[in-house]
Design a protein around this ligand. Sequence first.
Ligand code: PFF
Length: 454
Amino acid sequence: MSEDNKNRAQFATRLGVVAVTVGSAVGLGNIWRFPYEAGANGGAAFMLLNLLFVFVIGVPVMCAEFVIGRHTGANVRGAFRRLSPGTGWGVVGYIGILSSVLILSFYSVVAGWTMEYIWRSVAGFGGMHADAESLHSQFDEFAAGNVRPAMWTVLFLLCNYAILARGVEKGIERVSNVLMPLLFVILFAFCVHSLCMPGAAEGLGFLFRPDFSQITPSVVLSAMGQAFFSLSLGLGCLITYSSYFSRRTPLVKTAFLTASLDSFVAIVAGVIIFPAVFTFGQEPAAGPRLVFEVLPAIFAEMAGGAVWSALFFVLLFTASLTSTVSMSEITIAWLCDDMHMSRRRATRINIGVAMLLGTLCALSFGCLNGVRMFGMTLFELFDYVSSNVLLPVGGMIISVYAGWVLDRKVMRSELAPATRRGRALVGTLVFCMRCVAPVCILLVFLAGLGLLPV
Ligand code: PFF
């Protein structure tokens, strides 16, 4: 670690490191995005592809980000500038900062929806019925209403401000330590409930019985984009976070643990959602609205449903918060370290830009619905461009850099294999960084965009 990093903030405990890293990974990507992407892309086959990408590409790229971040102790832009000054590698820093702002904007809209649903749960869902028709219209009326979605987006971003302005250890770590374990417990309870529904067999079949005829290049690209999005990879979020790791944090273990827990939560979310989708006769390919139509239907049927519903959306809200805090930290760390701004000022700028873009995304379900680029609303465009383009491209550059340019000694000392098996594992990870990840990402990316004849 270089001289100027000695005063850098650090996460205080090992548990804290796991909680913040898992806190970043687990969020709307697992509980909202995974079910609707799986629903729209053929269910089980999508899930299997996604798992393959998580472990074959995701874990090696995550290790690459950890090594670069902890070794340099810098933000995403500064890390590459320190390692390879005066070269073009720093561009990955700008890709990361741009992606983080785009994701923060549309993500905050969905997190804002969770706040509306907390409010509705407390108000008893206005005598809601669990039939597909009324669930559909309730969500439509809300999302097209302009004022409330935009208001919740802004409020959600203000909550981010409150945590971020307090700094790394006090703000981020404390919140994650308490909320992540609670989320796991409640998800498990809902999972058991869903398995008792009449549509359970059909729902589980959809999620676990693969139909490989459903796989097209664009499905493969979406499965890869989902892996990057869900693991918070490719934009330097984990470079930034690992710059706060202590030397004692075992990087490989942390990467495997994060990837496993993250995938587990996504599968559990699928087990909760799909039995209900088939029980209530809904369409698995409903898109971003899916979870917000299906979950209230589950709660409407449960004894004490309003309480469960409020609890669930509070936890979903907090899972979103631990993720948005991590993506904001990318830009804030850059502004503080490289632009020499105070933490408060950097936070204000980051949140201010997200408020502006987030409001536009919120309105794209209402009065801006007609504004489209490449056939997509602003919300859809931000999601598509960041997840399916910027994150894989960023991940590919990071992986190539770690595999081919970074000094091997740095890699060995950061990943520190102690046993023979550990050395073999690290060897495999480095091989994936050098060859497997970049080639796979490039092929999937080109094929998914229709640039390869397949
Ligand atoms: N991984 C988060 C989720 O699944 O909800 C989303 C995310 C967080 C993406 C942080 C990118 C990021 F930098």
